[in-house]
Design a protein around this ligand. Sequence first.
Ligand code: NI
Length: 183
Amino acid sequence: MAILKIARMGHPVLKRRADEVEDPTSPEIASLIKDMEDTLTDVGGVGLAAPQVHVPLRVVIFHVPKARMEAEDGEAPAIGVPLTYLINPVIEPLTEDVEEGIEACLSVPGLAGSVPRFRQIRYRGITPAGEPIDRTAKGFHARVVQHECDHLDGVLYPMRMTDLSKLSFVEELKRFAGEAAED
Ligand code: NI
């Protein structure tokens, strides 16, 4: 088990475009995702991208708790999205609809901000077993995937914000408003 150090905003590894993974099934990638999973479990976030642990490769991991899934036709969803490993991901917006939502990031500790994201997306990628993933997502699920994949292109959520007055310390948000989304 290895808990990796997380790069913070300002580190060059978070500013560059991460490289494609040539062999998703390689032992190096298996080892990387295991360490990323250990790290994510340790810090308690919902997602992590390889550049955040100083590895400039196109790998993200994430999960979506059941409580954050959107209700379908008024019925609460039965399950969340289990921990997903996504290599060389590609995102395609399925709508022009954009919605604001609160995000936080392990590389921007202590802060949270309101970020516009596409409401509905399709995302594809490869698993560490070499199998294709092809899913549609909406709401928080779509938001998490867009946030994590942005890390692969050197983009942090504050760079997506259109109103920096909505950037706050999480402690103050909690003191004065509702809860911040955790990432
Ligand atoms: Ni992040």
